[in-house]
Design a protein around this ligand. Structure first.
Ligand code: NAD
Ligand code: UDP
Length: 324
């Protein structure tokens, strides 16, 4: 990409990460086009952009994508991302990762635009190597329930590299690790939103399995800074974007209870099938090639996230009271 004002199309831009990316690019003076079918995102996430250099196109990107103006970059973020969402929409998840990526790459090729794929740490599956470097090929069950997401993203990476090698498209692949922050939906179903919702309403905190499985949580501001650094780079190989600070799920549940001052107790429920036992990025490629490192630690990030969930809960109880 060149310096100066650019037009950036974000598929999935009405979702959690996509809307933060859009906001960041608008703040930097660029034009942003969001293309989204609102399957798991919400109009509220992008309502604030209405008076800016911004266009919303409601469209399912598994169908032919057309934009009648020059585009400098296509950031392909459309896909259900929460396990609860992709288990609810298995075929839509496979289609957006395969057909949607094909359409988005086709548009980037036609427009001569830079293309960035939002891939995921799930391409490593239930990893047998910890931390995971980009050179690790992964350990994925293709026919398990999570396979719909993992394999769609693995196919999307393969297609992206094929368009780079065969059609010389200027591609990037971001392997994003667990990201959290404001604009996650209350009913998103991932660990941070579930624990926030439960802690703030003094409901039991549902830890799956024995809670000894690990994840490495990155605050959304850091993730977006890493994604934009990758977009500006010329690195075509996949790059892990994640915070290497690893924590067990029961520990983050306890931390959220403590930080919200909740009276919730922790209860243990069945571990979902194929739930990865460990996950932690080897972030050295991002550090060495992008000069990127996360800056916000988990406690700081949760402090900035708690008010968002409080507001969502208050709005929900207000509307329930009005309806009653
Ligand atoms: P999200 O569900 O909040 O956002 C996804 C967006 O894609 C939603 O607005 C949804 O409506 C849209 N979408 C889905 N299918 C579509 C289709 N067929 N056509 C048009 N729009 C469609 O999820 P998120 O957490 O913001 O994740 C965004 C991207 O980042 C996803 O591709 C996800 O796989 C990837 N990612 C996220 C994380 C994370 O921790 N949040 C981790 C790894 C990868
Ligand atoms: N998890 C949990 N309770 C919940 C939601 C999630 O214990 O209410 C666990 C889940 O089983 C996984 C971890 O938290 O081990 C992270 O789950 P999440 O859905 O956030 O994302 P994943 O990393 O599995 O894609």
């Amino acid at each position: 990409m060149t310096a100066g004002k650019e037009t950036v199309l974000i598929t999935g831009g009405a979702g959690f990460i996509g809307s933060h990316l859009a906001e960041n690019l608008l703040d930097a003076g660029h034009r942003v086009i969001v293309m989204d079918n609102l399957l798991t995102g919400t109009g509220a996430n992008v309502a604030l952009f209405a008076n800016r250099d911004y266009l919303f196109i409601e469209h399912d990107v598994t169908n032919y994508m057309f934009v009648s103006e020059p585009i400098d970059a296509v950031l392909h973020f459309a896909s259900p991302a929460s396990p609860a969402d992709y288990l609810r929409y298995p075929i839509k998840t496979l289609k957006v990762g395969s057909l949607g990526t094909h359409k988005a790459l086709g548009l980037a090729k036609h427009a001569g635009a830079t293309f960035m794929l939002a891939s995921t740490s799930e391409v490593y599956g239930d990893p047998q190597v910890n931390p995971q470097p980009e050179s690790y090929w992964g350990h994925v069950n293709p026919i398990g329930p999570r396979g719909v997401y993992d394999e769609a993203k693995r196919f999307a990476e393969a297609l992206t590299m094929a368009y780079h090698r065969s059609h010389s498209v200027d591609t990037r692949i971001a392997r994003i690790f667990n990201t959290y922050g404001p604009r996650m939906r209350l009913d998103d179903g991932r660990a941070v939103p579930n624990f926030m919702l439960q802690a703030l309403s003094d409901q039991p905190i549902t830890v799956y399995g024995d809670g000894q499985q690990t994840r490495s949580f990155c605050y959304v501001e850091d993730t977006v800074r890493g994604l934009l650094a990758l977009m500006r780079s010329s690195v075509h190989e996949p790059v892990n974007i994640g915070n290497p600070a690893e924590i067990t799920i029961v520990e983050i549940a306890q931390l959220i209870v403590e930080m919200t001052g909740s009276a919730s107790e922790i209860i243990f429920e069945d571990l979902p099938v194929d739930d990865p036992k460990v996950r932690r990025p080897d972030a050295s490629r991002a550090r060495d090639q992008l000069g990127w490192q996360p800056r916000v630690d988990l406690r700081q990030g949760l402090e900035r996230t708690i008010p968002w969930f409080r507001e969502q809960l208050e709005a929900k109880s207000g509307s329930t009271a009005r309806a009653g």
